[in-house]
Design a protein. Structure first.
Length: 171
C-alpha cells in the first residue's frame, strides 16, 4: 500500500493520523470529480470564477451555502486586519485572482459570489500545493482542518452542480 511505503520513507508522514490521511485521500478524489463535473476538466481561477458567477446568476448562492467554509478560511487567512503567513503559504499566482480573494477575505467585497469564488480559489491552491509538492514542505502536518473544509465545499458544490443525482450520469 502506498501509505505504508510513504510512512516508511517520508519523515513526518508517519505521524499523520488516520483521519488526516483520509482527509487528504478524500480531497484528491473529491477534487478530481469536481474538476471533471463542475469545471469541465479545466481547472483555473478563471474557470472557478465563471462557474461561481453562473451559480450566482442561477440564484444558487442565495442561501450562502459556502459561508461556513468561508468563515474558516477568513479566520485562517485574515486576522486582526492583516493577512496571515498562512495566506502567503497559499502561493497565489498572478492568474489566481489574488486581489479578488483578498477583497473577499478582508471584507471589502461581501457578496456571496466573491465569498464563494474565494473559497474555491483557495481550494484550488490546496490542490496545486498538494499535487505540485508544496504541501510536502511540512509533511502535510497541520492540514486537517484545511482539507476537511475543502472537502465540505467540494461536496456541497458537487451535490448542487455536479449532476450526480443518478449516479455518475449527468442530471
Amino acid at each position: 500500500m502506498g501509505v505504508r511505503w510513504l510512512q516508511s520513507r517520508v519523515p513526518r508522514f508517519r505521524d499523520l493520523s488516520q483521519v488526516e490521511l483520509e482527509a487528504v485521500s478524500d480531497f484528491t478524489l473529491l477534487w478530481s470529480l469536481f474538476e471533471a463535473r463542475v469545471l469541465d476538466q479545466r481547472a483555473s481561477a478563471s474557470s472557478i470564477s465563471e462557474a461561481v458567477d453562473r451559480w450566482g446568476l442561477e440564484g444558487a448562492l442565495a442561501d450562502d451555502p459556502y459561508d461556513d467554509v468561508f468563515a474558516y478560511f477568513q479566520q485562517r487567512y485574515f486576522v486582526n486586519g492583516h493577512f496571515t503567513a498562512h495566506f502567503a503559504a497559499l502561493r497565489l499566482r498572478a492568474n489566481d485572482r489574488e486581489p479578488q480573494v483578498r477583497a473577499a477575505l478582508d471584507g471589502t467585497d461581501v457578496s456571496s459570489i466573491a465569498r464563494a469564488s474565494a473559497v474555491f480559489v483557495i481550494v484550488y491552491r490546496f490542490r496545486n500545493n498538494l499535487f505540485h509538492g508544496g504541501k510536502w514542505d511540512y509533511g502535510l502536518a497541520d492540514q486537517l482542518d484545511n482539507f476537511l473544509s475543502a472537502n465540505e465545499a467540494l461536496k456541497l458544490a458537487l451535490d448542487r452542480h455536479g449532476g450526480l443525482g443518478n449516479g455518475l450520469q449527468p442530471a
